[in-house]
Design a protein around this ligand. Sequence first.
Ligand SMILES: Cc1ncc(COP(=O)(O)O)c(C=O)c1O
Length: 293
Amino acid sequence: MTTEEVVELTSKYTYGTWRFQKNWKPMHLVDAEGCHFTDASGKKYLDLSSQLMCVSLGHKNKAVIEAIVEQARSLPYAAPGFATDVRAELSKLLLEVLPKGLEKFYFSTSGTEANEAAIKIARMYTGKYKIISRYNSYHGSTAAGIAATGDPRRWAVEPAGKIDGVIFAPECNCYRCPIKHSYPGCNIACVEYIEHMIKNESNVAAVILEPVVGTNGILIPPDEYLPRLRQICDENNVLIIADEVMSGWGRTGKWFAVNHWNISPDILTTAKGITTAYVPLGLTATTMNSSHQ
Ligand SMILES: Cc1ncc(COP(=O)(O)O)c(C=O)c1O
């Protein structure tokens, strides 16, 4: 097929995500190796965002490809009710790198599903149903994921395509503070307001947040933010769900972004870099018996 045909068929018969469908003319990608990808004209690009912030070990990583081939040869599929060597081995390896206390794993096939499961688990475990998220956030595209998403991608599917019970807190954005009147002095009013919400809403099961915000601006919280949030949640019997779909697997310089502030969430979700995105895998990691309850 010519490049024109590939682009025409792709844009005519498939949806482009997170964009207007009209006039979509995607680049025809033909190859990728290490940190570069190549278009159909032979032009090579430095893949600075590793595609969707997910090809963490680079393109065509031989060790990863060989592991996938080996697994496909020995046992390509097993229903979830079975124990397998890889499932056991992966669990042991996760215990080595995840923040302390996260010891029980639910596997799915995307970051969206990992968050969907986290919200269900938080609701079932606490018996409460409200979820606090923040405006500058993205948590996925399914009904729960998009409901918990604070950014404008949620607007188009309201109200039918989302779940009830999510309320939004001000984001932690020191460049464009949503609570401008807290200046000067700041006093991390954005996190204190979450306590105000918890106390006045009642029935709050969990706060979901990206410890370092990804697609909404790579926002790093001040050092006091996450420890203070942990304290607020502990005092009010509310769980913390850390969405590390994007910030996990070394993207912030540590295994997980929460490691920078030494806090342990009750639930951590991740995907993308967990397999360097060669195969779909989502993880919802929880404590065995939440010490925070
Ligand atoms: C922070 C965050 N959460 C959830 C998701 C959804 O993950 P997936 O695209 O694997 O469903 C993303 C994807 O970009 C993300 O960045």
